[in-house]
Every structure is written in structure tokens, then in C-alpha cells.
Design a protein around this ligand. Structure first.
Ligand SMILES: *Cc1c(COP(=O)(O)O)cnc(C)c1O
Length: 466
């Protein structure tokens, strides 16, 4: 018997209702939110693809763990469990719990950063870049050239360009490199995986120049899936063994556990070097909490330890990666320009190609995010010039290399019929694409502007019809 439908490898024990809204209501909601999907109320959203961060459905085991959480201030059982789980996975000696990924980033990059420092990554995630730049340091992205061609098929489009890495180290001087950071999978670069061979090459270069090599390991289990199925020599290794091998090549890692640890809140920093760990622990205690809880409750640490185990389950990973690919490949077949091949946690639409009539300084990605919301209540996020654009001295936009819209899929949350609804929406997106107008920015903060910026459709005189 051939099974074609990818079924969710779980049953639903507890449900959360979705408020259904009309298109007319959503036009008003979007206007109230200044055309920024981050400013929408979640009960005005039908399918929430804003992020896969902290939006996972926890398992019955994790909920049971919540009740078992030990809330002691120091040395709680839940901390011991979390520390053991993270140590076993990373092989790193020193584990620092933090309330989420960026807290780990602020500690490590605040410490390693500063005016004359340079950080190098396949692609710095937005909070990573912000924490590095906030310290006064610069952050350079060097994904392989293939990564910017959204239609090119390449098994490991998340890889770092190692020739460029060597060149930058020579140009800047090894002592001025704060760290090399490998993001797996490469979130801002399309959720594309990184190969073990690339990780080894980066390890060798860092070792040669005595530079710290860190893993931004938010989606290390999803990355392991791709290695097992795409990289020769890994067919017979378990997903966890593959992840462990990757960690073994690094000096430390920062994780937002809101991704592949299947929890709603949590993170950690793991380090090998005792001196660096000591300095970071001091910073942790000043701003996050004591060394055995960071910013976390005992129950959070309990759920995190269980989630880190569950995420490597072969049936779970198979469903996770295949169901994301199902959505992406269907859209691709319909003629929607999506980033190919489909990544692990999200489907990325190339808005510059879809809305080729909208210039980049009118943010085609933001325009598509608004369309998806109005048409079907689907919340997405622009990953393009709103998120990564800069201004030159004349105040002209220096656009991001790509204008993407990300549909990030929460883990274990939506069923196939939700996904079918999304696919149907794109029929209408295609039919009406030439009527869509650009977007302009009315107000923006200096850092991470996409979270709070206020926008308006380009034609100000055209009031939103109600
Ligand atoms: C989410 C994320 C972070 C930041 O983590 P938060 O928990 O949101 O603070 C850092 N790097 C990557 C690759 C991420 O996806």
C-alpha cells in the first residue's frame, strides 16, 4: 500500500479556537496596525505564519513536565535536567540558561564585540546583527553566491563562502575577528541547510587563525534532517548524532529554544572555554538571573529538556520537513516564485519577482504581507528591505539583496486542511497581483525597525475602502 498523504504523527488532545474574520474587517484591522503585521492582534489572525518562534504546540509529556518543574532558586532538579540535555547534545562543558536567544547573544556578543571587532556569518539573524552592531562591532554576511538565486537548486544553500571567509580574516587581521557564527539552518537566508563539509571547512579555518567558532543552533535538528538525506556518508547516522558531530566542530553555541526545543520560551549559551564561560556567567547573573535558571522558570527548563529530546524523533522530523515542502512545492507548481529548494521551517516567497511592477523602495514584500492578511487572515513577515535595508548619506534606500516574504510554520500546530486553505489563497493572489500597490514607511526606529515601523500604501489619497 502506498501512503501519499503526510499525516501529522500526533493526535490532538487540546484545542485553541480560531476567530474567523471577514475581508472587510481585516482591512480595518490592518489600517489600525499601520500596515505592520507585527502590530496586528493575534485574535484578528486566522493562520499565523509570522514566526515559528515560541509558537510550537507542546506535547503531553512537556505539559506533564510543566507540573514537575522545580522552582528552587538555586540548583533545581529542572535545571539539572536541562543542563544534562544541553550538554549531551552540544558536548560543550559550560551551559548558561537564558530567557531566549537574544539574551544569549547580548551576553556573548556584548562581551566579544566592541568598536574594532568584525563578526562573520553565513547570514546573521536580525537580533544577532543588532546585538553585534549595538556593541559597536560590524557584522558581515558571506553566504555562498548560489544562495541569492532563489530558483537555483542546491542541496546546501545555507553554506558559508569559505574563500571569502579566509580573505576577510586576512584583510581584517585574525585578532580583530570577534567570532565566526554559523546559523543552522540559515533563517534569514531562506531556512536553507548547511552541510557538515562546510562546517568542517569553517572549523579548520577558525582553528588555523585561532578564532572563536560559534553555532547559532536554533534549528539544528531540522538541519540534521537535510544532512542525513542529502550529504553522502550520513545516511545511517541518527539525526541526533549528526547534530552532535556539528557541535563537536564548534567552540560554543547560542540557541533560541523557541525553535527546535519545542518550547514557548527559553534559550541557552553553551561554551567550551572556562575563562569565556566565567565572564559570560557574570554578565548572565547581572542581567538574566542566577546561573542555574537564567531568565527561566523551573517549569520552562523542564519542558525545554523534554523538547530537545522530542525534536530528534525521526517521525516528527520527517513530518516537519515534508509538510513544509508540501506547501512550498504546491505554490511552486502554481507559478508562485518561491525560494527553491524549500527550507526547513518556512516557505519564502520572492516578492520582487511576484510583484515586479513594485520598485524595491516601495517594499514589494511588505505589500505581499498586507495582501495575504487582507485576503485570508494569513499573517506573514517581510524579510527584505524593510528588515535589512539601510540608507546612504543622501537618505536613499540601500536595498537588501532579496525581497522575501516568510511563511514560517509553527511546529505541530496546523493541520493539512489549514495548509490547503493557504494554498487556495494564492490562487487569488496570482489573479489580482497587478492591482497591488507599493508601501511606504511613515515612522521607524533606528534598530530592528520592522517590529514597530508604521507604514501606509503608497497612494495616500486613496482611502482604504470600508
Ligand atoms: C530566533 C532566532 C534568534 C533569536 O532568538 P530569540 O529567542 O527570538 O531572542 C537568533 N538566531 C536565529 C537564527 C533565530 O532564528
Amino acid at each position: 500500500m502506498i501512503h501519499k498523504t503526510i499525516i501529522e504523527p500526533f493526535k490532538i488532545k487540546s484545542v485553541e479556537p480560531i476567530d474567523m474574520s471577514t475581508e472587510k474587517e481585516r482591512k480595518q484591522f490592518l489600517q489600525n496596525a499601520h500596515y505592520n503585521t507585527f502590530l496586528l492582534q493575534s485574535d484578528h489572525v486566522i493562520i499565523d505564519f509570522l514566526t515559528d518562534s515560541g509558537t510550537s504546540a507542546m506535547s503531553a509529556n512537556q505539559w506533564a513536565g510543566i507540573m514537575n518543574g522545580d522552582e528552587s532558586y538555586a540548583g533545581s532538579k529542572s535545571w539539572q535536567k536541562m543542563e544534562a540535555a544541553v550538554k549531551e547534545l552540544t558536548g560543550h562543558e559550560f551551559i548558561l540558561p537564558t530567557h531566549q536567544g537574544r539574551a544569549a547573544e547580548r551576553i556573548i556578543y556584548g562581551y566579544l564585540g566592541g568598536e574594532d571587532k568584525t563578526f562573520i556569518s553565513n547570514t546573521h539573524f536580525d537580533t544577532t546583527r543588532a546585538n553585534i552592531e549595538f556593541s559597536g562591532a560590524e557584522a558581515i554576511d558571506i553566504p555562498i553566491p548560489e544562495s541569492s538565486d532563489t530558483s537555483l537548486i542546491h542541496p546546501f544553500k545555507g553554506n558559508m563562502d569559505t574563500d571569502k571567509l579566509s580573505q576577510i580574516i586576512i584583510d581584517k587581521g585574525a585578532k580583530n575577528i570577534g567570532a565566526v557564527i554559523l546559523t543552522v539552518t540559515n533563517n534569514s537566508g531562506g531556512g536553507q541547510p548547511v552541510s557538515m563539509a562546510n562546517t568542517k571547512a569553517i572549523h579548520d579555518i577558525c582553528k588555523e587563525h585561532d578564532i572563536i567558532f560559534l553555532l547559532d543552533c536554533c534549528r539544528v535538528a531540522e538541519n540534521a534532517y537535510f544532512i542525513k538525506h542529502r550529504e553522502p556518508g550520513y545516511e545511517n547516522k541518527s539525526y541526533k548524532e549528526i547534530a552532535q558531530e556539528m557541535f563537536s566542530l564548534t567552540d560554543g553555541s547560542a540557541m533560541s529554544s523557541k525553535k527546535d526545543a519545542l518550547v514557548n520560551m527559553g534559550g541557552f549559551l553553551s561554551l567550551r572555554d572556562p575563562e569565556l564561560a566565567k565572564e559570560c556567567t557574570n554578565l548572565l547573573i547581572i542581567t538574566e538571573g542566577f546561573a542555574t535558571y537564567g531568565g527561566l522558570s523551573g517549569r520552562d527548563m523542564e519542558a525545554l529538556a523534554i523538547g530537545l529530546e522530542e525534536v530528534f524523533d525521526a517521525d516528527y522530523l520527517e513530518y516537519r520537513i515534508k509538510s513544509t515542502a508540501y506547501l512550498g512545492n504546491k505554490l511552486h507548481e502554481m507559478g508562485i516564485p518561491v525560494m527553491m529548494p524549500i527550507g526547513g521551517h518556512a516557505v519564502y516567497i520572492d516578492a520582487k519577482k511576484l510583484y515586479s511592477h513594485i520598485p524595491v523602495n516601495e517594499y514589494p514584500g511588505q505589500a505581499l504581507a498586507c495582501e495575504l492578511y487582507v485576503k485570508a487572515g494569513i499573517r506573514t513577515v517581510e524579510i527584505g528591505s524593510v528588515m535589512f535595508g539601510k540608507y546612504d548619506e543622501k537618505g536613499e534606500l540601500i536595498p537588501a539583496p532579496m525581497e522575501l516574504v516568510r511563511m514560517a510554520i509553527p511546529r505541530r500546530v496546523y493541520t493539512q486542511s489549514h495548509i490547503e486553505y493557504v494554498i487556495e489563497t494564492f490562487d487569488e493572489i496570482l489573479k489580482t497581483k497587478n492591482d497591488v500597490k507599493g508601501i511606504k514607511i511613515l515612522e521607524e526606529p533606528e534598530f530592528l525597525r520592522h517590529f514597530t515601523a508604521k507604514f501606509a500604501p503608497v497612494d495616500v489619497n486613496e482611502k482604504v475602502e470600508l
